[in-house]
Design a protein around this ligand. Structure first.
Ligand code: PEP
Ligand code: CO
Length: 462
């Protein structure tokens, strides 16, 4: 939908409340049959303590502003969809471990501070292309993520259940509590032991030696720092981690949107960085109405079909003060489309002087099905889109300041390719995702290593 200059002014002057979105057409929000239960869940969520604080949210916005100037780099990643069953010790530890190790690789190779943002502690809702699916002889409501209904093939369990909104809050709280203990309490201090880095998968790769040397040098540097500054040990052992999710189910996000004492404005306190999906960014609809009123830094997914003028209007609606760090444009055109779409978008956004952080999601434009219908992504296409994105920004003197990946610390077999040579035939051995295919532990580390190499080439720092 096109917005005229007058349209923009109208949007900005319309009054906003955390619930004003309810008066707009909305995509991707399921119909809850039990309205009383829905309103009860909504009210309950509003009484619970916030999951994150306004000062953490503001701190992240400052860091994203720095990333937009090339002074930091955003590493955002995690599951396509978290599930309630995966709210476990081992799943969380493995994701944090791989995110941290990737960030260490980037810090070491790029000589830059890395801002870590998990798709975690609230990434429970999924946009879907159809409302129903046929399994066997029957039609079922589509699975929309654990926030909404169950994955089980069961007509009852597929009905949107408002109690899941409350359960998602509890699971997010448990996840965040554990993240905070691990990252603030020094639980990851042992990461400098080389045995915590699993490297063998790279053995037959031409980069193996370079990679092994780098890991040695990272672990030595951490050990050296610890020896040099024992009194600083507690702070050295702390690492910073932020959370993000797609704010798709606005009942969940708006119920947790509140004011902070002594500050102006409203914060979504369920997460540090909500993002708006590629399918729900129409300026005439409810998601944009909700997003325009919150002070959090926000992500906008941008991929086909999209019009550069529409995205520029959207950026102005969500960031009328042109505040740096407020908007991250997460481009996800796909390896085949990026050269067509991204240059036009960059020229439009930069041409209008709009301050954004450019980040690349090389996952969502590169999904395809194998012959037997398994959803996968090829490591080569993922890397290919990142390479092209770096080159396009480089040609225009703009800065690619972050990446957005679907990944896990588990040894799943969901994406093909990478140094371990997973092929289509191997996908079924440990395919776990209910939604999109993720990079596994090895593919994620390798990706961090290759992204760092690309960054060095393009920043002239190699
Ligand atoms: C996602 O990030 O899981 C997602 C659905 O992305 P997009 O909105 O870019 O399709
Ligand atoms: Co996804």
């Amino acid at each position: 939908m096109k917005q005229t200059a007058n349209g923009l002014k109208d949007t900005a002057s319309r009054s906003w409340t955390p619930q004003s979105w309810r008066g707009y057409p909305i995509s991707q929000l399921p119909e809850y049959p039990d309205k009383d239960a829905l309103e009860n869940a909504y009210t309950k969520l509003g009484t619970y303590p916030p999951l994150v604080t306004s000062w953490e949210i503001d701190a992240l916005k400052d860091k994203l502003a720095r990333a937009s100037r090339g002074e930091m780099f955003l590493l955002q990643g995690g599951d396509c969809a978290e599930t309630f069953d995966h709210c476990t010790d081992s799943h969380i530890v493995k994701l944090l471990k791989v995110l941290l190790q990737m960030s260490f690789i980037m810090i070491h190779e790029m000589n830059i501070i890395v801002v870590r943002v998990g798709r975690i502690a609230g990434q429970y809702a999924k946009p879907r292309s159809k409302a129903h699916e046929r399994i066997g002889a029957l039609e079922y409501p589509i699975y929309r993520g654990d926030l909404v209904n169950a994955f089980d093939v069961d007509t009852e369990l597929r009905v949107p259940d408002p109690n899941r909104l409350v359960e998602a809050y509890h699971k997010s709280g448990l996840t965040l509590n554990f993240i905070r203990s691990l990252t603030e309490g020094g639980g990851f201090a042992d990461l400098h032991h080389p045995e915590y880095w699993e490297l063998d998968f790279m053995r037959n790769n031409p980069y193996y030696e370079e990679y092994a040397n780098m890991v040695n040098s990272i672990t030595n540097a951490i050990r050296f720092m610890e020896g040099l500054m024992p009194s600083q040990l507690p702070s050295l052992r702390q690492v910073e981690m932020f959370t993000s999710h797609e704010a798709l189910n606005l009942y969940y996000d708006s119920a947790q949107t509140r004011r902070s004492p002594h500050k102006s404005g409203w914060y979504n306190m369920s997460t540090h960085m909500p993002w708006i999906g590629n399918r729900t960014r129409d300026p005439g609809e409810a998601h944009v109405e909700y997003f325009r009123g919150i002070k959090n830094p926000v992500g906008i997914k941008v991929g086909p079909p999209c019009d550069a003028d529409d995205i520029a209007s959207l950026v102005k609606i969500l960031n009328p003060g042109n505040e740096p760090g407020k908007v991250t444009l997460i481009t996800r055109y796909g390896d085949a489309e990026i050269e067509k779409g991204l240059p036009v978008l960059i020229d439009k956004i930069e041409g209008q002087g709009l301050k954004v952080l450019w980040s690349a999601d090389p996952m969502h434009g590169n999904t395809y099905a194998t012959e037997d219908g398994t959803k996968t992504r090829d490591f080569e296409n993922i890397l290919g889109e990142i390479k092209k994105t770096f080159a396009i920004h480089n040609e225009r003197n703009t800065i690619l300041g972050g990446v957005h990946l679907e990944m896990t610390g588990e040894d799943v077999t969901e994406c093909v390719g990478g140094a371990n040579g997973l092929n289509a035939g191997g996908l079924s051995s440990n395919y776990q995702s209910y939604c999109d295919p993720r990079l596994n532990y090895e593919q994620s580390l390798e990706m961090a290593f290759l992204i760092s190499k690309l960054w060095k080439e393009h920043s002239g720092r190699s």
